[in-house]
Design a protein around this ligand. Sequence first.
Ligand SMILES: *[C@@H]1O[C@H](CO)[C@@H](O)[C@H](O)[C@H]1NC(C)=O
Ligand SMILES: *[C@@H]1O[C@H](CO)[C@@H](O)[C@H](O)[C@H]1NC(C)=O
Ligand SMILES: *[C@@H]1O[C@H](CO)[C@@H](O)[C@H](O)[C@H]1NC(C)=O
Length: 436
Amino acid sequence: MRIILIGLVAISKVAIGAVIGIDDAPSGIGLDGPTIYDQEGVKVHASFASDAEGSFRVPLFLKDGLDPESKRRERMERSRRMKSFAEKPPSSDVSSAMLTNVRDYYYYGYIDIGNPPQKFSVVFDTGSSNIWVPGDACKSSACVEHRRFNTSQSGSFMNTGKKIQIQYGTGFIAGDVGQDTVKVSSSVMLRNQSFAVTNLEDRTFELPRSQFDGLFGLGFTGGSEGGVRAPVDTMVDENILREPLFGVKLFRSSEKSNGEITFGSYDKSYKDKLQWIDVYGNYFWATTMEGIYYGDEPTNYLYGADKVNSLSGTLTPQEKARASRKALLDTGSSLLYGDAFTLAAMSTRIGANVLSGEIPCSVVPSLKPFKFVLGGKNFSMSPSEYIYHDESSGVCEVQWMPVSEYLWVLGIPFLQSHYTVYNIKEHKIGLAKMTH
Ligand SMILES: *[C@@H]1O[C@H](CO)[C@@H](O)[C@H](O)[C@H]1NC(C)=O
Ligand SMILES: *[C@@H]1O[C@H](CO)[C@@H](O)[C@H](O)[C@H]1NC(C)=O
Ligand SMILES: *[C@@H]1O[C@H](CO)[C@@H](O)[C@H](O)[C@H]1NC(C)=O
C-alpha cells in the first residue's frame, strides 16, 4: 500500500516548465496542464491568534505502509520503468514524469479550518502551493472516506465562486475555491486564506493508501494554481512569523512524533552547520544541481552535468543556473526521482541490480556516501540513507526511481538525512546533515 507522492504538484505542465525554465522545456511536453477557470488574484488576510512569539511548532507523523505486497509492487514498478527507459531512452519526453501510485510513504500534520474549527490531516508539501481539503458535497470515494469540510457549519466561510482543478504527479482534484480561517498548530492563524474544497478526487487519494485528508502546499504563490495566494507568502506578508522562514525535520522514527515543521524559527543548534543555497525560480523549493559523486571519486554521475560545468567560464551565473539540472526539495515525495541514465550508473557503481534496485544487504556497510552538489555545495547521503533495508523481507534496495531527465526530486530519504530551513523572503534553503 505505498503511493509515490511525487512532488504532489510539481509535475503539472505549467510547474515543470516553470521550474526547469520554460524555454528549456521541450516542445510537445506530454502533459495536460491544469485547467484554471479563473486566474484572478484572491485577497488574503492573515493574523495572529494569542501567541505573539511568532514561532510555532507543528508535529508531523510518519505514515509508512511497509507491507511486503507494496514493496513487491514498488520493485516491479522500478523494474518496469528502468526497462522502458532502456528500450526507449528518455529524450525530450517529460511525460515520463507521469507516475502510477505504488507506495505509501509520507508525513502529515493537522490543521483546523473554519469557525468553529474543523480538523484535517494534511501533507505539508514543499512541492506545491495550494491548500485543499475534501468537501462535504464530494461523492468520490476518496472524499467519503476522509474528513470532509462542511462549509455551512463554518460561520466565516466564503465561497469565492471560482473553480479549480489540480493535476498532481500522482493524482487529480477539482473543487471550489473558498476562503476561511486556516489554523496551523494552535496559533498560526491565516484569516480569509483561500483554499480548495474538493468536489472530485481521483483514486490516488483513496484509503488505505492516502491516510491524509488534504494537502497544505508550502511552495510560493508563483507555483499555486488558480491565482491563489500561497500560505507561506501570506505568513511573510502579514508579518506573522518572527523570522520569515520555516524549518523541516523528518525523522526516520521517533517516539514522540516523527518530525516537525517550525514556522518563524528553526532549531538554532544547527545554525553554524547550515549551508545556504539559492532557490531557483519563484515556484517551489527548487535549486540547481551540478553533480552527483560517489565517495571521493572524480566521476560526476549526473548525466550531462559535466558539459554544463565545463562551460562555466563562458556563462554568466544566471545562464549557468538556467542550463543546469534542477532539483526540488520535496517533503511530499516518497523517494529520490531522477533520470534513468544517472540512476542506472549509480546503481551499477554500488553493485545494485539496475532494474530492481536490489542490493545484497551484506555489502551495504562497505559502500561510500553519494554526494549531491546543489547550488554548488556538496550534500551527502550515507549508504544506510540511500539504501532502504526492509527488515520484514530482508531485502535491501536503492531509494531512487527514474522519472524525468529534467527535474530531479529529492524527496523524503534526502530530507531525512538533512535538516532543512526554508527562507521564504530571501529565497534560500539552508541544509545541514541531520544529527538530532
Ligand atoms: C453540513 O452541515 C449542515 C448544517 O449543520 C447539515 O444540515 C448537513 O447535513 C451537513 N452536511 C453533511 C454532508 O454532513
Ligand atoms: C474576511 O472577509 C470578510 C468578508 O469579506 C470580511 O468581513 C473580514 O473583515 C475579513 N477578515 C479579515 C481579517 O480581513
Ligand atoms: C564535492 O565532492 C566531490 C567529490 O569529492 C569533489 O570532486 C567536488 O569538488 C566537491 N564539490 C564541492 C563544491 O565541494
